[in-house]
Design a binder for this molecule. Structure first.
Ligand SMILES: [Zn+2]
Length: 726
């Protein structure tokens, strides 16, 4: 009996990494960049008691160029060769410099530009090198290091199974401070340099590096490739992917696009990466700058530990996130990840955060640009859906801790890759956009790139550009949203006075120190709507709004421009009207969510049902309605969900089957059993398996046990069955 238990727990662990629950997260256009591997999921505090301030180290020299010639053996898991660094002294003459080199790196020789041996010490991941001279300020010099290593980190050698066959490959993951484990380098993002990397690997392997492929040859059994980065970059963006890849190149657009995949995955490529060219074009428009580099490659690597990494001009993507068939593609869409990593090529790569305390400038921008891509390419509701879809991650995290976006106190740099940096970072930019207005915000974004092009920047630099462009004093904005932890938690109680000539709204804030915010209250009557902007900076405030006619809906922040949690005490009548006639998709989705909190009212179900079944509604609204029906799970709500089990849109159908999870009426079971083998979407089938767990008959249980061994993409069916059983 031990074996099934082991199998079950293994499957459930797998769910946490790539399971059905994630599809909801992904199809919002979100991503999983540098996330699962590094962030401390589940800890109750952001950092431990002994956490230190991680300030950027002083720079003695400015590294300007790096040239490497490396032989890499993917079978033995080794790297050996030379690296040459060019540098000049900063501020004062220098006689000693430091590089980072960790793990198994063994230095064979270290020489100056005349070929003289230099004395050095190598300990604690640092090499301290004596230059044997005082290098005058601004004068360039070089050192050359010969070394070898069997890296255990940074450059990862993996044994993977692709299409049933065992393969060996290798890839680097530099962020945050892992490049030092395979090459001696200045491994901190406060310095940038250009680079040329020559690689020598077995001839049947291909290496994907950064920038332009300037030469390639096969010398005997060795393939030699040289990549050159003409634009400077920081160390963590240096990358190599080494495998028996096929390179598919699209040279029809302004940017050469490389799709680097295993030949077995070719048929699935259109499911995932088909919008890459469009993404690059739209991001160029939004950022105000053409794509900066010689090519844009996306390499799909096996067993890559995170969803994707924006290595400069050469993104690496995780194969089991990107290689999916048409059945999975009905629900799952990785375009959000593609857009996120591409956005980093501007925000993160051509301009890089100066140190880890300011990582929100990388991740917040890439996350917000993803939402902006969908807004520009697919319409406003799609953009807002991408933004809204991430809120759960951030609000969930704030149940455990809040922190300022910028903080030097952290356990380690990897701790900064949490929902605060991604989601709150994106929301800060969204709020700044509405404060400045579209024209000035986008002008400011382009100016920020312009001013710090091929430089490093921090939050103060960004703020100064936005102030210069807009004329606004943004000190208070940044103090509240970037340097202060948390977000507003509001309650709004709405009453109509007995004379019916005004509504009275009692606003209150639950945070110990109130936030200062603008809140739009939109009152709609028969003759149209009027906005009442309210500045709310007290713990409590009563707002009276005069009425000329009976209000049909009263909406709070209907355009979704404020990061907040809001508890509403409002007449259900207004919510019924709002879910159907709300002025924006955002407001209608808000009403659908609020209705899920009301029980014992027949009309709640019919109002939600109308929203769920309206084919003209954006997914953001219909999914919110379906979710609320599932939350209510009354016989009426379940009956309403049952009318939607054949809805054409698989994403909505998946939401319906997830919502059926709490429905235990007899007819549900037979629908689930039919769906398990017949639905076109593997996600829907997985959700049906999980919901069937509510009906613990002997036959159902044996069906679920049988499906534990069914092959499917990312083991979705086995995971659904496992969740149904436990
Ligand atoms: Zn990212």
């Amino acid at each position: 009996m031990k074996q099934p238990l082991i199998t079950l727990s293994a499957l459930l662990l797998c769910v946490a990494g790539a399971g059905a629950d994630e599809a909801d997260w992904w199809d919002t256009g979100a991503f999983q960049c540098a996330l699962s591997h590094y962030a401390e999921h589940g800890s109750q505090t952001f950092h431990g008691k002994d956490a230190e301030r991680h300030r950027p180290p002083d720079r003695v020299v400015d590294f300007t160029h790096m040239q490497a010639d490396l032989s890499i053996d993917p079978i033995q898991g080794s790297v050996a060769g030379t690296v040459k660094h060019t540098f000049k002294a900063i501020g004062r003459p220098c006689s000693e410099l430091v590089l980072h080199a960790g793990g198994d790196i063994k230095i064979e020789s270290l020489k100056d530009d005349q070929g003289n041996d230099l004395a050095f010490t190598h300990r604690d991941e640092s090499i301290t090198i004596s230059l044997n001279k005082d290098l005058p300020v601004d004068q360039s010099s070089q050192i050359q290091i010969r070394y070898h290593s069997h890296p255990k980190d940074g450059l990862n050698f993996v044994h993977a199974t692709v299409g049933g066959k065992r393969i060996r490959e290798a890839w680097t993951q530099g962020e945050t401070t892992f490049t030092r484990y395979w090459i001696p380098i200045w491994d901190y993002p406060n310095d940038r340099f250009t680079s040329e990397v020559t690689t020598r690997v077995p001839a049947d392997y291909r290496v994907i590096g950064n920038g332009e492929l300037v030469s390639e040859s096969v010398e005997g059994k060795i393939r030699v490739r040289q990549f050159k980065m003409a634009q400077s970059h920081v160390a963590y963006l240096l990358s190599l992917c080494i495998g028996r890849f096929e390179e598919i190149k699209d040279l029809t657009g302004p940017v050469p696009l490389w799709f680097v995949i295993y030949p077995e995955d070719k048929a699935n490529l259109p499911n995932s990466l088909r919008r890459t060219g469009e993404v690059i074009r739209v991001l160029s428009e939004l950022s105000g700058h053409a794509y900066p580099y010689a090519k844009y490659s996306q390499t799909v690597a096996s067993e890559y530990p995170i969803g994707g990494m924006e290595n400069v001009s050469a993104t690496t993507l995780r194969r089991n996130r990107v290689n999916y068939d048409s059945s999975a593609a009905l629900v799952y869409d990785v375009t959000g990840l593609v857009a996120h990593e591409a956005a980093h090529q501007w925000f993160g790569n051509i301009v890089t955060c100066r140190d880890w305390a300011h990582i929100w400038l990388n991740e917040g921008f890439a996350t917000y640009l993803t939402s902006l891509f969908f807004e520009r390419a697919d319409g406003k509701a799609a953009g807002m859906n991408a933004l809204r879809g991430m809120n759960g991650w951030y609000f969930g995290e704030t149940q455990r801790y809040t922190r300022p976006l910028v903080t030097y106190v952290m356990d380690k740099p990897g701790s900064m890759f949490d929902a605060h940096s991604y989601v709150k970072g994106a929301w800060v930019l969204h709020m700044l956009r509405h404060k400045m207005g579209d024209k000035l915000f986008f002008k400011g974004m382009a100016a920020y790139l312009q001013r710090y092009w091929e430089k490093v920047a921090d939050t103060a630099d960004f703020r100064r550009v936005m102030e210069d462009i807009s004329g606004l004093n943004l000190e208070a904005f940044f103090a509240q949203w970037v340097y202060r932890a948390g977000h507003p938690k509001l309650t709004a109680k709405v009453k109509v006075q007995t004379r019916q000539d005004r509504i009275v709204i009692e606003l209150s804030q639950q945070t110990a120190k109130p936030f200062d915010m603008g809140l739009v209250i939109r009152v709609t009557g028969r003759s149209g709507y009027r906005d009442w902007p309210v500045r709310f900076r007290q713990a409590h405030r009563t707002v009276e709004i005069p009425l000329k006619e009976a209000p049909r809906t009263i909406e709070f922040d209907p355009d979704g421009v404020l990061l907040k949690e809001l508890e509403l005490e409002i007449r259900p009548l207004w919510l019924f009207a709002q879910v159907q006639h709300g002025s924006t998709a955002w407001a209608r989705a808000d009403a659908a969510r609020e209705l899920g909190k009301l029980t014992g009212r027949e009309r709640v179900v019919s109002a939600l049902m109308a929203a769920a079944a309206n084919p003209k509604e954006p997914l953001m609204v219909s999914k919110a309605a379906v979710k609320s029906l599932g939350k209510l799970a009354t016989p009426e709500a379940c009956a309403a969900l049952m009318t939607q089990i054949k809805v054409d849109n698989a994403k909505l159908r998946y939401a319906v089957f997830k919502a059926l999870k709490k429905c235990k009426q007899g007819p549900v079971a037979s629908v689930l059993i039919q769906t398990i083998d017949s639905d076109a979407s593997v996600y829907v089938r997985s959700a049906a398996l999980e919901a069937l767990g509510n009906f613990p008959s002997k036959g159902n249980r044996s069906l679920l046990v049988d499906r534990l061994t069914t092959q499917s993409w990312n083991a979705l069916l086995a995971n659904g069955a496992a969740h149904g059983i436990v």
